[in-house]
Design a binder for this molecule. Structure first.
Ligand code: SAM
Length: 267
């Protein structure tokens, strides 16, 4: 049996009781922390509360060579992931592989950043379009710095349809956790290259440390927000489309957005 367990958003205590019970029953506990990280805890604290040794897997061990799956043929194996296990990960692939090997699979859900951002900002989940990740720039074989333009295009497509964009921020072993500030700067660099002027006057919302007792939630014009200090990671961002009145009011009250965003609703 292979049980996928979502650990939730911030520390070792975000796991559900069902998740804890599944770990207690398990013969082996594996985890991956490359798709997301619980920044408010450590491996030692998790092992202490869950009372089990945790083997942390690399991306290669999860996506290319998941030899450890064989243990799940005759034993109870659990696989831990930050957030909800199938949200913005490729773990469904692992589940299908396991099923092909005749392994029974099960999910224990955890709270996810995808829904947490709605609670923290007041933006409505049904008004979101396609989500996107801003990756760190990389150096091409010709030595040039390459900035992905996909995030910019996705935001524009969503705006055309009146939909908000959830912007995940890259986690990279060498380059670290991308910040809201870096991501806004990269989007504005793409905008400057296109000689367009769509994003810089819009409002963006940055969120840091969702799930902790001290999350940062701030909304402002992008030119100003790019200098806001969100503090420690993880960070995520939303580029809202035009907002409903209650969404605009929430952004003012929950994220200190400029009151001018209410004007369009007061006319
Ligand atoms: C690839 S997504 C994985 C989402 C995860 N499976 C979930 O359901 O929450 C990871 C990205 O979401 C954002 N993120 C995850 N947890 C967060 C948190 N507690 N606070 C702020 N951003 C977070 C970061 O941008 C991070 O790089």
């Amino acid at each position: 049996m292979l049980t996928f367990i979502g650990l939730g958003l911030f520390d070792e205590k975000d796991i559900s009781l069902k998740g804890l019970e599944a770990i207690a029953r398990a013969n082996r506990v594996y985890a991956e922390f490359y798709t997301s990280r619980l920044m408010g805890t450590t491996l030692e604290k998790m092992e202490g509360l869950y009372n089990k040794k945790i083997t942390v897997l690399t991306r290669e061990e999860v996506e290319q060579y998941p030899n450890w799956l064989e243990h799940a043929i005759n034993e109870d194996v659990v696989f831990l992931t930050g957030g909800d296990t199938m949200v913005s990960t490729t773990h469904v692939d692992l589940r299908l592989r396991a099923m092909e090997m005749g392994i029974t699979t099960k999910l224990v859900h955890g709270s996810s950043i995808s829904s947490a951002v709605c609670g923290l900002t007041g933006l409505q989940n049904y008004r979101f379009g396609k989500a996107v990740t801003v990756p760190h720039p990389y150096t091409s074989s010709r030595g040039k710095t390459v900035i992905s333009e996909t995030p910019y295009d996705t935001v524009l497509q969503n705006l055309e349809h009146g939909l908000h964009t959830l912007v995940f921020l890259d986690i990279d072993k060498e380059k670290g956790y991308m910040t809201v500030n870096q991501a806004l700067d990269l989007l504005l660099q793409v905008e400057a290259k296109r000689s367009t002027n769509i994003l810089q006057d819009r409002i963006a919302v940055g969120i840091a440390r969702a799930g902790s007792d001290f999350p940062a939630v701030a909304a402002d014009h992008i030119q100003r927000l790019k200098n806001f200090d969100f503090g420690a990671p993880l960070h995520i961002m939303i580029i809202p489309a035009d907002t409903h009145f209650v969404e605009a009011e929430s952004l003012v009250k929950l994220a200190h957005a400029p009151k001018s965003i209410l004007e369009v609703h007061n006319q």
